[in-house]
Design a protein. Structure first.
Length: 293
């Protein structure tokens, strides 16, 4: 039994005769008759009361035919809906992009790009999940999202990826902080001051703690928060310093940014799993971000 045979039965029921149904289907009447007979033979039942269809009178279906007809209508309708939805997705008039991104990128890099993407593809839905880099990696591995922005250090053989952005990590401090006098800041000097940091799960915190361990330093983390605006306020008021991506600091913040010595750069990649097909909507989003780098 296949979809073509079910459609033949559906058309036969609606037309009321083999002649009219064959004309609707653009088939020879013997071909339609053979199709229905093969279906009956496969199921081991009679589906059509043929004697009522003689002289081109309105034929009817048997009880078994009526039962199968109900399923046929549902199957044909579902198949047509599936075709329409697939066509819509292929034309990017339907679909959803699920992406996980680190907090700093979600707040300072993506907003304008998301709006531009939405303008180009107004019918696509965007679902953005913001958190730490470890959160983005976990969500991608567990297939809670289709694509994620992760660090170069998190790339794995089972991922495909493209470099999205390379940003310098800088030391952020208030206008009156003693380190303002330096053109750049060594890690040793950085660890001599109170710090405000993201909570565990963020790559830049893990990186800071890793460097502290290498230098046998104990970082003085005075504040912990994942709220970037709160981190900025703490820094502005001189209570602590921090390290963030250079893109986070702007002229209105009243914050001084100094590079590390030697400079530290963070590579962020947009990634997806190799063994999971990437939808056309996801592919369009990835291509759009790469165009606007």
């Amino acid at each position: 039994m296949d979809i073509k045979q079910l459609n033949h039965l559906l058309q036969l029921s609606e037309a009321g005769s083999f002649t009219r149904a064959a004309k609707r289907l653009n088939l020879a009447q013997p071909a339609l008759s053979q199709s229905i007979k093969r279906l009956e033979s496969e199921l081991g039942v009679t589906l059509v009361n043929r004697s009522q269809g003689m002289a081109d009178r309105q034929l009817t279906l048997t009880a078994e035919g009526q039962l199968l007809l109900g399923h046929a209508r549902s199957i044909v309708q579902q198949l047509e809906q599936a075709k329409q939805q697939i066509r819509a997705m292929a034309n990017l008039t339907r679909g959803e992009v699920r992406i996980a991104v680190p907090g700093m990128l979600g707040s300072f890099y993506l907003p304008s790009r998301l709006m531009a993407f939405r303008h180009r593809y107004p019918d696509l839905k965007l679902s953005l999940f913001e958190g730490g880099t470890r959160d983005a990696l976990r969500m991608l591995e567990q297939e809670e999202v289709d694509i994620a922005v992760i660090t170069a250090q998190d790339l794995k053989p089972e991922f495909d990826s493209c470099l999205l952005v390379r940003q310098q990590m800088v030391v952020a401090m208030g206008q009156e902080h003693p380190l303002v006098q330096q053109r750049n800041v060594s890690l040793e000097d950085f660890f001599e001051h109170e710090l405000v940091m993201f909570k565990p799960g963020y790559f830049h915190r893990e990186w800071i703690l890793g460097r502290a361990k290498e230098l046998n330093k104990q970082p003085n983390i005075a504040f912990e928060t994942n709220l970037i605006n709160l981190i900025k306020q703490v820094v502005t008021q001189g209570f602590a310093i921090t390290s963030v991506l250079e893109m986070v600091i702007n002229e209105r913040d009243n914050i001084v940014a100094r590079p590390f010595s030697p400079p530290v750069y963070l590579d962020l990649h947009i990634s997806w799993k190799k063994d999971r097909p990437v939808s056309l909507a996801d592919r369009a989003f990835v291509d759009f971000l790469l165009e606007s780098r």
